[in-house]
Design a protein around this ligand. Structure first.
Ligand SMILES: Cc1cc2nc3c(=O)[nH]c(=O)nc-3n(C[C@H](O)[C@H](O)[C@H](O)COP(=O)(O)OP(=O)(O)OC[C@H]3O[C@@H](n4cnc5c(N)ncnc54)[C@H](O)[C@@H]3O)c2cc1C
Length: 294
């Protein structure tokens, strides 16, 4: 099936676009996270979203979720790891699945994390963003994993079933493999999984990954590095997309430089605000409907 629209991101921008595309009877693939947006969820008190008065992020998420359910909008909880042009449509890789869509909306939020030195150069040559797609390549090998969120821990468990040794560096506290998490507290033991003593700063190797360098300059020899993050830089996802720093360049209709590709929300620039994201998601959806009609 070729979807009318693939929306990448379940935050306010993605939700607003999904609602408006659904109202126009478009077939939608909506990819992101079941909690919709960690950023909104973590907002203690929101005072500037019209109609809500003072509201906690958690309560606003509940309202967003109820609206999505009422509109029968389904979330496919997968990270998009690559987008490729396929003629009249785009192909999206997510997990081990490949989807097709006539239009794409980036509603990915702003990527807070900068990649490691060497990451972009070694992407596809030992650096991977997807455990289910590439894990089998590392059967019996040593790998490093950067895990940016507790929700990706099951991917570490999966990789540990295949690899000989999995060195983990995490970007959060708690969980099984996070800082001060269960593994470090001795609550679980795993022969294969080891938490790295310092954060990763660099991935090295030529032509393929041969190691990761930690912030204390020690090198750990590995055959691959998996980066499991909440966001992947837009230009890494889709080659040729024009950026201004970390932001996707759009016009007032939310069109990017690529035909059929749109962006809305924090990923297009400041101010990083819910109302702006919702407004841009709305505009993008209307532009996408016009494009699909043509
Ligand atoms: C602590 C805090 C307090 C805040 N307080 C306020 C406030 O009071 N008022 C206000 O207006 N704003 C506030 N904000 C800002 C607001 O949360 C953001 O502007 C808003 O969430 C941006 O919405 P978005 O849809 O652009 O992106 P996000 O909400 O960041 O959502 C992006 C979504 O895309 C998903 N995603 C990213 N990459 C991929 C991929 N490759 N594949 C699949 N899914 C992907 C993510 O998982 C996420 O679900 C606050 C933010 C924080 C962190």
């Amino acid at each position: 099936m070729v979807y009318d629209a693939a929306i990448i991101g379940t935050g306010p921008a993605g939700l607003s676009a999904a609602i408006n595309l659904k109202l126009h009877n478009k077939s939608i693939l909506w990819l992101g996270a079941k909690n919709l947006s960690t950023k909104v969820e973590k907002s203690e008190k929101i005072a500037n979203y019209p109609g809500m008065g003072y509201i906690t992020g958690g309560d606003l998420i509940e309202k967003f979720r109820a609206h999505a359910e009422e509109m029968e909008l389904e979330i496919t909880e997968q990270m998009v790891t690559a987008i490729m042009p396929g003629g009249d449509f785009y192909m999206l890789s997510a997990g081990s699945d490949v989807y097709m869509a006539k239009t794409i909306l980036f509603a990915t939020g702003v990527a807070a994390v900068k990649g490691f030195d060497g990451e972009e150069e070694l992407l596809g040559r030992g650096v991977s963003y997807c455990a289910t797609c590439d894990g089998f390549l590392y059967k019996g090998k040593n790998i490093a994993v950067f895990c940016g969120d507790e929700r990706f821990e099951h991917e570490i468990d999966y990789l540990a079933e295949l690899a000989d040794k999995v060195y983990v560096s995490s970007g959060y506290v708690g969980g099984k493999y996070g800082r001060k998490g269960a593994l470090q507290n001795g609550e679980i033991t795993s022969e294969k999984i080891e938490i790295l003593p310092k954060p990763i700063k660099k991935v090295t190797g030529e032509p393929k990954v041969s190691g990761v360098v930690l912030t204390d300059d020690t090198e750990v020899s590995v055959d691959g590095l998996f980066c499991l993050r909440n966001a992947i830089a837009p230009a890494t996802l889709l080659k040729g997309l024009e950026l201004d720093g970390a932001h996707i360049i759009v016009n007032r209709a939310m069109e990017t430089n690529l035909a059929g590709v749109y962006a809305a929300g924090d990923c297009t620039g400041r101010p990083y605000q819910i109302a702006k994201s919702v407004g841009e998601g709305n505009v993008a959806a209307h532009t996408m409907v016009e494009y699909l009609a043509d």
